[in-house]
Design a protein around this ligand. Sequence first.
Ligand SMILES: NC(=O)c1ccc[n+]([C@@H]2O[C@H](COP(=O)([O-])OP(=O)(O)OC[C@H]3O[C@@H](n4cnc5c(N)ncnc54)[C@H](OP(=O)(O)O)[C@@H]3O)[C@@H](O)[C@H]2O)c1
Length: 351
Amino acid sequence: MSIRQWITPLRGIDSLHQTEAPMPSLGAGEVLVEIRAVSLNYRDVEVTKGEYKHHKSADQDTTIVPCSDMCGVVIQIGSGVSQWAVGDRVLSTFLPEHQTGQVTEKELAGSIGLPLNGVLSTHRVFPAHGLVKAPSYLSDEEACTLPIAAVTAWMSINGMRPMGESGGKNEYILLQGTGGVAISGLQIAKAAGAKVIITSSSDAKLDQAKQLGADHTINYRTTPGWEAEVMQYTNNHGADIILETGGAQTLRKSFDCIAFGGLIDCIGYVSGKVDAEDDRLNVNILALRRTVTLKGIINGPKDRFEEMIRFYEAHQIHPVVNQVFSFADAQKAFQFVDSGSHFGKVVIKIQ
Ligand SMILES: NC(=O)c1ccc[n+]([C@@H]2O[C@H](COP(=O)([O-])OP(=O)(O)OC[C@H]3O[C@@H](n4cnc5c(N)ncnc54)[C@H](OP(=O)(O)O)[C@@H]3O)[C@@H](O)[C@H]2O)c1
């Protein structure tokens, strides 16, 4: 019996193509999963274009199955596996070896969807410890969006301090854009009782964000000085937590609208990876000026993923799935994410 999968030689979205491969065989401690739905992340587009180069572990001279986030059903279990049974619905973890605590370089070297083969496939073998139970109240399409976007937002808001104490109620959380991480952040922040400010290039997307509970919206195209508006809206307090997904063109502005003692989570770089020559940051001065914590984020460990799922269940949060593509249309799904037209998450239904 064979499986179907998409592979990429990392030479652009056009180089993605479908192939067949033999059904993988199971080793001890592993499970075979029939994949139902896969969600796309910004990273998957970058990987496919050969542009994901900032981790040492990412070998660019290879052909891989892309994508890391899936929801599927266990159809076979290897020897020594006691935590899963045939029929269990499971979610992948981005770093299957990152079970708890601080991520290490070794765990990072085991990233799914580069350098390891990913999940854009009808079937895949996983280490039993690298999966979590899918929440039963979510559809396959909703649940498959959780591993990267939601866990990253969860760790950004709640990673350094427990929710319910200082994280949450009455704090201002600033989100940049309306992609997967930002919209997950919006849903988590609102469920935690925080006040949310969100930016976007699109007024229509800002309206959608308002419907999800955003307290204040700013169009970063028509209001390029959005950091001043954040200060004004918060009565000169600033944002207590900023999910910095923008990078080069946003970090300087984030330093100008962070609250004293605030947290800037360095997550991504959708506006670029290299600062403009005349906009080089003096991070030392900027950080001490308002006693800021600058925290690099790389997803989160499995135990924090499970903690997040309990929060999602308690608040009955349904992730925002903007569009679902068929397996045959996977390339179109990549192009859609690359265009930045989406709001929240984009999903490929496998079967
Ligand atoms: N560190 C981690 O663990 C981790 C995990 C996940 C993602 N990331 C990174 O975080 C970033 C976002 O990932 P994602 O998956 O959420 O991406 P995504 O779903 O593709 O979101 C892209 C969105 O970013 C917004 N954007 C583009 N330029 C912007 C700018 N100058 N200022 C503000 N927003 C801008 C756009 O929103 P509008 O259309 O509303 O303008 C766009 O739709 C990426 O760089 C990704 O690599 C890191």
